[in-house]
Design a protein around this ligand. Structure first.
Ligand code: SF4
Length: 295
């Protein structure tokens, strides 16, 4: 039987998803920050900054107010049942985005790149951003990330080989790119960051894969053994760079490192790096014909 889409119900559910994403840090991110805070030295700026961030997150949740003044770009990864109209889902989310902006869960963040005019409601060309897939489940799954501009500014893309980094077309070369990105950012992008990496693909699909990694739990383990090793090695080594929270120095430069990969052309080897700030706002909603759940 085909999935009956009630767009009013979906709209209201998405407004709540946006509210949650803007005002509540996911529990695994809070845990990763608390782990970082606990390993920092007593009295260090790093410990104070992480304490401040954790208190900020707690207050935002309690008062239902945005965690950061920049509520970011709304990025949706959506999975729909066969037969559901992609266009109807998209229009409903756009409507929900306007409502969420009116309710001040989102700051107006969509600026026309030609005229410089802010649309005032977070909608416009490619705003919000949607990526659709289909599945056989009788549910619509919406993964929403609010990605801050400062963190997007320090995201990066490399083409291997890279002579400056002495990085070849292999996982060692990929490793060097990530170290370079985080080192170049220093505290910019609001460290501690979460690093989503896409190996391969083309310039667009590589970044798509990198951003998709940002929905993984801090605590999960990559199913690919080689990528799992790379994630652990990068997490450990990035946290010895000494950059620390907001660049104040310390042992917590990143909260997590997540790597995905795609096939590539023989002629190209891209490494795409999506840097997410400590305000790692992401939530997932599962919407069926009868209920809605949020993670
Ligand atoms: S990068 Fe993140 S934490 Fe920093 S100002 Fe932007 S949204 Fe806020």
């Amino acid at each position: 039987m085909s999935f009956q889409l009630d767009t009013n119900r979906l709209r209201d559910a998405v407004v709540e998803l946006i509210r949650m994403a803007s005002t509540q840090l996911p529990e695994d991110v809070i845990q990763a920050m608390a782990t970082g805070r606990d390993r920092e030295d007593e009295g260090s700026p790093a410990k104070s900054v992480l304490n401040f961030m954790l208190r900020n997150a707690e207050e935002a949740k309690k008062n239902s107010t945005p965690i950061c003044q920049d509520t970011g770009t709304n990025i949706h990864y959506i999975t729909i049942p066969v037969g559901v109209s992609m266009r109807a889902v998209q229009q409903t989310i756009i409507e929900a985005t306007r409502i969420a902006t009116e309710k001040a869960y989102l700051r107006p963040n969509a600026v026309d790149s030609v005229t410089g005019k802010n649309t005032g409601d977070n909608t416009g060309e490619m705003a919000p951003y949607f990526h659709f897939e289909e599945w056989d489940e009788p549910a619509i799954k919406i993964q929403l990330a609010l990605k801050g501009g400062g963190s997007e500014n320090v995201s990066a893309q490399y083409k291997l080989p890279d002579n400056r980094l002495n990085a070849g077309r292999n996982l060692e070369g990929v490793y060097k790119c990530i170290i370079d990105t985080v080192n170049s950012a220093q505290g910019l992008g609001c460290a501690p960051g979460v690093i989503g990496i896409g190996i391969g693909g083309d310039r667009a699909s590589g970044m798509l894969i990198a951003k998709k990694q940002l929905f993984r739990l801090m605590t999960d383990t990559n199913s690919d053994e080689k990528l799992a090793e790379l994630e652990t090695r990068l997490y450990d080594d990035l946290n010895t760079l000494g950059i620390g929270p907001m660049g104040f120095g310390g042992k917590t430069t990143v909260l997590g490192v997540k790597v995905g990969a795609a096939h590539r052309l023989p002629a190209s080897f891209f490494v795409s790096i999506a840097y997410m700030c400590w305000a790692d706002r992401r939530h997932t909603m599962t919407f069926t014909e009868t209920e809605v759940t949020y993670d």
